[in-house]
Design a protein around this ligand. Structure first.
Ligand SMILES: NC(=O)c1ccc[n+]([C@@H]2O[C@H](COP(=O)([O-])OP(=O)(O)OC[C@H]3O[C@@H](n4cnc5c(N)ncnc54)[C@H](OP(=O)(O)O)[C@@H]3O)[C@@H](O)[C@H]2O)c1
Length: 202
């Protein structure tokens, strides 16, 4: 599968390396592809990176994702867009306190199939869940079941067993996982490490 990863920061690189390791064809999209050095795959402008891709991953700084991706509406039409963002401001307050970045993206990009995932855990765990001592969970939200199926397959490639993937429902449920960021940040402060995750037991 050809995957366009938008954003060449920590998460973009982490996911890009992991998808390449899983056998996928990765390209990066950057505001300044010439300056994006030592990447594990070629970098292009956003539009060029998206062209020819099967799936687009937004690993953009979350506060700027909505504005940036809205400008890419035509390029993103008919694409599966994975949104991993936690949109908070410099005070770590939610930018969309009554909604979510995922839902806003789906509203702004009606011809794109937005799937929210991988925002409830640190990047290293997201691409290697066996880093933790016990099985944990990852979540998916999205209105399009086929798109969620594609993303579930990619999560499986990253090491997430199918029974550890929780389909929360439509993109409106992205609010639940995005608002969890407040607890996630508090837990990092309390535990002094990002190496933990949610495990659902019943
Ligand atoms: N860090 C984590 O462990 C973690 C875990 C789960 C989810 N997330 C989410 O993953 C996303 C990426 O995280 P990160 O730590 O890699 O973020 P980051 O380093 O702050 O930014 C990622 C990339 O976004 C692009 N960018 C920065 N400012 C921009 C602007 N004003 N307009 C457009 N693009 C801009 C840059 O890529 P270019 O310079 O190539 O354009 C930058 O490298 C965020 O949405 C975050 O909430 C992070």
């Amino acid at each position: 599968m050809r995957i366009a990863v938008l954003g060449t920061g920590h998460m973009g690189r982490t996911l890009g390396i992991a998808f390449i390791g899983a056998g996928h064809d990765v390209v990066f999209g950057s505001r300044d592809p010439g300056q994006a050095t030592d990447l594990p795959a070629p970098a292009f402008g956003h539009v060029e990176a998206i062209a020819g891709s099967d799936v687009v991953v937004s690993a953009l700084a979350a506060a700027h994702s909505l504005a940036t991706l809205t400008l890419l509406r035509e390029s993103l039409a008919d694409r599966v867009l994975i949104d991993i963002g936690n949109a908070v401001d410099q005070h770590m307050d939610l930018i969309y306190p009554d909604a979510s970045l995922g839902e806003r993206l789906q509203q702004a990009l009606p011809d794109t199939r937005v799937v929210k995932t991988l925002n409830t855990l640190g990047g290293p765990i997201g691409v290697n869940p066996t880093l933790l001592s016990a099985p944990t969970n990852v979540f998916l939200s999205g209105d399009d079941d086929a798109a969620k199926g594609v993303v579930a397959g990619l999560l499986t490639d990253l090491g997430w067993a199918v029974d550890r993937q929780v389909d929360l429902g439509g993109i409106a449920t992205a609010k639940a996982v995005e608002h969890y960021f407040l607890l996630f940040a508090a837990l990092i402060g309390a535990l002094r490490t990002p190496m933990f995750n949610i495990a659902i037991t019943r």
